[in-house]
Ligand binder design. Structure first.
Ligand SMILES: *Cc1c(COP(=O)(O)O)cnc(C)c1O
Length: 374
């Protein structure tokens, strides 16, 4: 056990569970949530978050982007249904049989291969037909292409179609985005075609978090969501109609405090030029911990002793903070995301500052940052 971390990412699990039920109350009673825990659950930690969703939220099905993540869950004792929603390299498909995973299907080569793999073990693989409706990433188009796929699948005895899904290219844009409306029409057409071909669909899912906020008509049997449960509707304008709370605090520690004078510089390439007498703290976090450099290099906000100050620069493992006129001491915390005294820095603040999404900002937080679950 190595508990010697320089920084932390603390998750308030009660808030996660509360958010889950707030979203569940917001959507219609006929709709369930499929938590999407891809990208190390957006940095929150794959296995601990899966346990929260499976055991405390009783989610019927968890979704991942990659075989790697799904297998990681199985190897850590997660036994609930798991769906992979992303594209799977052909040479990894056998994992679906070995680890009893549900997978997307949208073309015939994979259908045949999955069926052969399953037949070899006497198992049946559950698939969700991914419908191409406008994202042009993965999927089969409703109409002739879908028809041909369904004809093939009818002959394959070890594949069971249980679901159909699509993904909105513009769901984050705004209320009643016309392109998403068009995509949903295509989805309905495809889903009806699948059911008419004799495959009843237990799962029909289109909406991510932002679409949950505005696209009630498209809920289907399930919505796929992560951002909302982590306190964000992932709307481009930051709207959040449900009253969700942020479950995260991110912090590091002061390892040095020193005074600098005009004419001196701070950091590599003499990047920060000191203009007035300043007090500077060095923090135990840097870009190798995964934080987007713009955050720490570009003057992003940080809380020290309940005062909102700013980063002056960062290196791979360490960073610099302006603590002029802020009482502080060696070893104390500095907070990158969270509350301190009356001050607060939210994930939304950081998205605005970095001009990047929190999926990116937190999804890249590395293993050197301790994940704490309270
Ligand atoms: C990531 C993802 C989701 C979840 O998105 P959120 O906005 O975080 O809820 C849903 N569907 C697909 C296909 C995804 O890739």
């Amino acid at each position: 056990m190595n508990n010697f971390y320089n920084s932390y990412f603390k998750v308030d699990t009660e808030t996660v569970v509360r958010n889950f039920y707030k979203v569940k109350d917001y959507i219609s009673p006929d709709t369930d949530i499929i938590p999407v825990i891809k990208g190390n659950c957006y940095g929150y930690g794959l296995v601990p978050m899966a346990k929260i969703f499976a055991e405390r939220c009783h989610a019927p099905l968890l979704a991942n982007a990659a075989m790697y993540e799904a297998v990681e869950l199985r190897q850590n004792g997660i036994n609930c249904d798991i769906l992979i929603i992303g594209g799977i390299p052909q040479h990894l498909l056998h994992g679906a049989v070995e680890y009893d995973l549900q997978v997307p299907l949208f073309e015939e080569v994979t259908a045949k291969k999955l069926n052969d793999l399953a037949a070899g073990t006497g198992k049946t693989i559950k698939v969700h037909i991914k419908l191409e409706t406008g994202m042009n990433r993965l999927g089969v188009r409703p109409g002739a292409d879908l028809s041909a796929l369904l004809d093939q699948v009818k002959k394959l005895k070890n594949i069971k179609v249980v679901g159909a899904y699509t993904h909105f290219a513009t769901s984050t844009a705004d209320y009643y985005d016309p392109f998403a409306l068009e995509q949903f029409e295509k989805f309905k057409e495809g889903a009806a075609q699948i059911e008419a071909a004799g495959f009843p669909l237990t799962y029909k899912h289109c909406c991510n978090s932002a679409a949950i906020a505005w696209f009630r008509e498209a809920y289907g049997t399930h919505v796929r969501s992560c951002s909302s449960i982590l306190g964000h509707m992932a709307m481009e304008d930051g709207r959040e109609p449900i009253g969700l709370e942020e479950p995260v605090e991110i912090g590091a520690y002061i390892t040095n405090i020193h005074s600098v004078s005009p004419g001196e510089t701070i950091g590599y390439s003499r990047a920060y030029k000191v203009q007035r007498p300043m007090k500077v703290a060095t923090l135990s976090i840097g870009f190798a911990d995964g934080f987007y450099p713009k955050w720490m290099r570009g003057g992003g906000p940080v809380l020290v002793s309940g005062v909102k100050t700013r980063f002056l620069g960062c290196c791979m493992d360490q960073s610099f903070v302006d603590v002029t006129d802020i009482p502080c001491r060696l070893g104390q915390k500095a907070i990158l995301i969270g509350r301190d005294g009356g001050e607060r820095i939210t994930t939304w603040d950081m998205e605005q500052f970095c001009e990047n999404t929190f999926e990116y900002l937190y999804g890249t937080v590395g293993p050197r940052v301790e994940r704490i679950y309270i």
